[in-house]
Design a binder for this molecule. Structure first.
Ligand code: NAD
Length: 462
């Protein structure tokens, strides 16, 4: 592991990985399976240390810290399906190509860079790594410096279990990230904010390196009147306030049918009390804000609208209570950027059409939530809005499924991962046409006399 590498150290590490990649060892499926098992064992063996580090960085409840470790389920999924994923896929060949066969071969890209954020500081580095290993790549990981305990534990685990010529962790801050980004990789997988996403993409463009950008945004939560009030309130409260709202797909704001607004707010308030007690600051199940900078940014946002519940803050422990903000307007500061904290502004609508128009006026979000029993309305929302992912009648749970690709659209990101999508992200799909020497149709060779008729018949064939 390198602490604050100078640029040449980063490039040496990359060269070392390129040499290892060129030995072809990562091409072997059994090697990849073995490495995935090895990674799983390393995580399982170190689960207490990982959970402890995440708790130290984010003041996160133990249960939520263990979410980070549940990333091993992605490994199980890859172990189960990798043999099928790596198989070349046979595709049809048209008659004029005879005699031949055609296949799509997934091939590894080479040396990839994975840059992680602080909010789920372990799993958002490991989940893409699983895809990189499954697809046969070498990888350099740059965890977030804002979660230093997790970064250190992750670096330790990787150093103890993997040769840096294959997988390495480079710890450090923005400068380290920039030094790495100046290098040529075969793919860059970035998770973080939209502003830094632009910096990453600009750096990647210098080498024409493809990027996956897992970014953020304001994920709306639209609530129709036709719902199971208590279930909806519970699912919204959980999705918003886990990790104290520092979840990229947390519902950012509520857009509620005016007829049920009062009932919904009362129900969410009850849920907050049920989950975290009368004084969430004393709850073992409620996380803290990552640092003072984000704490102050969020406290500013508490000036908006009317506080329906919560609104208290303790600077000495970066605590902000689970907060509902009523009487919020679209042009209020809290509606201008991703909140990324435990503050839930509430806006109202009279007709669903109006809510959809409002949502579509905002940049395309990473997630969209819609609560309604009405299937026509569900279909309408899915058809008339665009978001990276969507979930009907729940929040956040769509991200936990290996069978659903995860990623943003427009400013909330590009590319997707989880399950097979991770394997595809870190693979090049090589198209291969294989001809035989059995015979050689001569319809395409000059002289073209008498052949145009055949070409025209191919073009005009129904
Ligand atoms: P961030 O963009 O500030 O930092 C992410 C990483 O980029 C860190 O490793 C950091 O060292 C590096 N970095 C920061 N500034 C840089 C610069 N100028 N040049 C090069 N590298 C730089 O993001 P964050 O604050 O760690 O995370 C919060 C954001 O991430 C939120 O917007 C959230 O929505 C988003 N996020 C998205 C997902 C997703 O899966 N789409 C998941 C988690 C978080």
């Amino acid at each position: 592991m390198l602490a604050q590498p100078i640029a040449s150290e980063a490039s040496q590490l990359i060269q070392q990985q390129r040499r290892f990649f060129s030995t072809g060892q990562t091409q072997s499926v059994s090697f990849r399976l073995q490495q995935l098992k090895h990674l799983k064992a390393a995580i399982v063996d170190n689960q207490a240390a990982i959970a402890g580090a995440v708790r130290a960085d984010l003041g996160r409840p133990e249960f939520e810290a263990y979410f980070e470790i549940s990333v091993v389920r992605e490994i199980d999924y890859a172990l189960k399906h990798l043999q099928a994923w790596v198989k070349p896929k046979r595709v049809a060949v048209p008659v004029e190509q005879f005699p031949s066969s055609a296949h799509i071969y997934p091939e590894p890209l080479g040396v990839v860079l994975i840059i992680g954020p602080w909010n789920y500081p372990f799993q958002l580095v490991i989940a893409p790594l699983i895809g990189a290993i499954a697809a046969g790549n070498c990888a350099i990981l740059k965890p977030s410096e804002l979660a230093p305990h997790t970064s250190a534990v992750l670096a330790d685990i990787i150093r103890q279990h993997f040769d840096p010529s294959y997988i390495a962790v480079v710890e450090g801050g923005v400068e380290t990230s920039q030094q790495l980004l100046a290098e040529k990789f075969d793919h860059i997988f970035f998770t973080g904010g939209t502003a830094v996403g632009k910096i990453v993409m600009a750096a990647a463009a210098q080498h024409l390196t493809p990027v996956t950008l897992e970014l953020g945004g304001k994920s709306p939560c639209i609530v129709d009147a036709d719902i199971h009030l208590e279930y909806a309130a519970r699912r919204i409260t959980w999705g918003k306030f886990i990790n104290a709202g520092q979840t990229c797909i947390a519902p950012d704001y509520l857009l509620v049918d005016r007829r049920i607004k009062d009932d919904l707010l009362a129900a969410i308030k009850r849920c907050i009390r049920e989950f975290y007690g009368d004084e969430p600051a004393h709850s073992p199940d409620y996380a803290r804000i990552i640092n003072q900078h984000h704490f102050s940014r969020l406290v500013e946002l508490l000036q908006t609208g009317r506080i329906f519940t919560g609104g208290t803050a303790k600077p000495e422990e970066n605590y902000i209570a689970p907060t509902l903000l009523d009487q919020v307007n679209w042009d209020d500061p809290v509606m201008q950027a991703e909140i990324f904290g435990p503050i839930l502004p509430v806006l109202e609508y009279d007709h669903l059409d109006e809510a959809i128009v409002r949502v579509n006026e905002q940049p395309k979000p990473l997630a969209l939530y819609f609560f309604s029993r009405n299937q026509q309305k569900q279909a309408q929302v899915l058809r008339q809005t665009s978001s990276g992912t969507a979930c009907i009648n729940d929040t956040v749970m769509q991200v936990t499924m290996a069978t659903l690709p995860f990623g943003g659209v427009g400013p909330s990101g590009m590319g997707r991962y989880h399950g097979k999508a991770s394997f595809d992200t870190f693979s090049h799909q090589k198209s291969v046409l294989r001809k035989s020497f059995l015979f050689d149709l001569n319809w395409r060779y000059a002289p073209y006399a008498n052949k145009l008729k055949l070409l025209k018949s191919m073009i005009n064939r129904n």
